[in-house]
Every structure is written in C-alpha cells, then in structure tokens.
Design a protein around this ligand. Structure first.
Ligand code: XMP
Length: 321
C-alpha cells in the first residue's frame, strides 16, 4: 500500500477532520468499532475523531499492560470523562508480563507486545463486543521506520503483510497514517483537545518496555517508572521534544555508606526534534543534570549510576530498544 505523507505545511486541520470523520463513518456504517486509548496525542486524536464519526458506535478501552507511567490509567480515564468519552480499563498485566518473561532481544520483546495486544487482548474484546473494526493512531514515522527495518513499531501490521481480518478477526482503520507528530498535534488542537494532551511528549506504544534493556519484569518496570517520574518532573519545563529514563541491563560497582554496592544504571535522554525522524540531545544545564543524578540515586532503590546520553539520531534512535 502506497501512503502519501501530508506535510505540515499542506495540512488544513479542519478539512482533514471533516474528511476523516466522513471516511470513518462510511467505512464502519452501522457496525461497531473499538479503539485503545493510551492518553498520548495519537490515540487521543483517534479517539476524538472516532467519537465524532461514530458516537456510541465506538467503544474505547485503556489497556492496562502494567507498563504505563505512574497513575496513568486513572488520569486518562478522568481526562476523557470530562470530554464526554467513557473509557473502560482492561486489566491485561498478567498477559503482558507472562509473554515478556525471559525475553531480552529488543525485537522479540516488541513482537511479544504486538502479539498480546492485537491477538490476545483485542481478539477477545472483538469477540465479546462483536466489533468489526479497530481504530488506531499509526503515524507516518511509525510506518517509515518499520518498513526500513529500523525497529518494529508496535502498531504496524498491514505494512508487514499481516492481514488483521484473517489473523485477528477485525479490520484496522488508521486515520492518522499520512501525518507526522507535528501534524497530529495540529489536528488534536483543532479537535478541541486540551494543551495537556496535544503538547504531551510522545510515548512509545510498548510503553516502559521500550526503556528497559534486558528482561521486562514487574520489579524492573517499577524501577524505570520511578526514574521516569523524576525525569518528567525535572524536565517538563525544558520544551524538549521528548525526555526519558532507561534502565540498563548491566550493573556497575558503586559505594553506599562506605560499602561496595553493585547496583543499577539509569540513562537519561532528552531530545530536540520536530517529528522524531532526526534528533539531537538538549544542551541541559549542568545544575539540572546534577539534580537528576542526586534525585535518582536517592529516590530509586538500587541505582548507583546515572548517565546523560549525548548522541544524535541517527545513529541513535530515540528509544533504546
Ligand atoms: P525511535 O526510537 O524509533 O522513536 O527513534 C521514534 C518515535 O516513536 C516513538 N516510538 C514508538 N511509538 N510505537 C509507537 O507508537 C512504538 O513501538 C514506538 N517505538 C518508538 C518514540 O518514542 C519516538 O517518539
């Protein structure tokens, strides 16, 4: 399938919304559609487009995979309640953690998350609800990187030759596939979503699993979750495109209370970028870095080393796995 990018300068958000609402409504007709909302700008935009097009013909779920940031499910549900959209939380923590058990290879981890998400969780929801369509916020950068073989973005299916109807029992509709992040933010704003949503830094579909090098266990997720909270608190005023904490697989020797402490390493990345295609590290003030190192080594159990990544994308990518 050939996908034509709509560049930001060519995008008229109101026209785009009108066209997509019509397309979704004529494709789905009187059938039922479902979608997963993570609270990021892409899935939030799709949720609003879908509800404009289908009203009660769209059922929205928050998939609690155990890999999201602290307090996220409740935050997202109450934000959308205020917009008149009811969101049901689906507890799938056990399924995700058991699929990830023992996996250390990045692409195998990504593949496991995709499988649980689309086959197990959505397959079941579709069967129970009788839905025929899944709406999702795949964007142009996701397709480009997956097709180029850089990394498998969790939401890429058709472009990898996966027939969702045959494999999972539903068709996928991707209204944002021609846009990059900057275009999606414009559409989100035009849809009346709050600044808190349309300005939110991107967050990957595989969630914190994309920030854990090595095995993803509930305990390791807790570590990266705490470090993420600190990084987000300290860097939210930087205006950077994205900032993240990464848990490394290797341990290093540290000292605590005069004794050897063979402990964990957290890496911080903070990116300047327009659309995630290329990026460069933010030149953070040393005082900020110093505070981050202090807070993370004091507040996150087991961490003895904090580093700041100074590599550009390429050759780096934004997320570590
Ligand atoms: P990378 O790491 O490929 O990330 O340089 C580019 C942008 O995409 C986000 N990202 C993902 N988003 N599913 C997503 O929806 C994914 O599997 C995924 N992996 C990375 C990343 O956070 C960055 O903004």
């Amino acid at each position: 399938m050939e996908i034509n990018e709509i560049k930001i300068e060519e995008l008229n958000p109101e026209e785009f919304i009108k066209q997509k609402v019509e397309e979704i409504s004529s494709t789905v007709g009187s059938e039922l559609a479902i979608n997963a909302l993570s609270g990021g700008v892409d899935s939030s935009t799709v949720t609003m487009l879908g509800h404009r097009a289908l009203g009660d013909g769209l059922k929205t779920y928050f998939i609690e995979n155990g890999l999201m940031r602290e307090g996220e499910p409740q935050r997202v549900v109450s934000l959308f309640e205020k917009l008149g959209v009811s969101v049901e939380i689906v507890d799938a923590k056990k399924q995700f953690f058991s699929a990830l058990k023992g996996l250390t290879d990045p692409e195998e981890k990504r593949e496991a998350i995709t499988r649980v998400f689309y086959r197990d969780v959505f397959g079941k929801l579709v069967k129970e609800s009788g839905a025929k369509y899944l709406l999702q916020g795949t964007n142009y950068t996701d397709v480009e990187e997956t097709v180029a073989g850089i990394k498998r973005q969790h939401n890429i299916l058709a472009q990898l030759g996966i027939d969702t109807e045959e494999s999972y029992g539903y068709k996928v509709i991707e209204p944002l596939i021609q846009l990059r992040k900057s275009g999606i933010r414009k559409v989100a704003k035009a849809l009346g979503l709050s600044e808190e949503i349309y300005k939110r830094p991107p967050f990957p579909g595989p969630a914190l699993a994309a920030r854990i090098i090595g095995e993803v266990t509930p305990e390791r997720v807790e570590t990266v979750k705490k470090a993420t909270k600190i990084v987000e608190e300290e860097l939210c005023n930087t205006d950077a495109f994205q900032y993240l904490a990464i848990l490394h697989e290797d341990k290093v020797t540290g000292i605590r209370e005069g004794k050897r402490d063979y402990g964990l390493q957290i890496e911080i990345r903070c990116w300047e970028s327009k659309d995630a295609k290329i990026g460069s590290p933010t030149r953070l003030a040393y005082d900020i870095l110093d505070k981050l190192a202090k807070r993370i080594t004091i507040e996150v159990a087991g961490v003895v080393s904090v580093t700041y990544n100074i590599t550009k994308k390429p050759p780096s990518t934004i997320e570590p796995i």
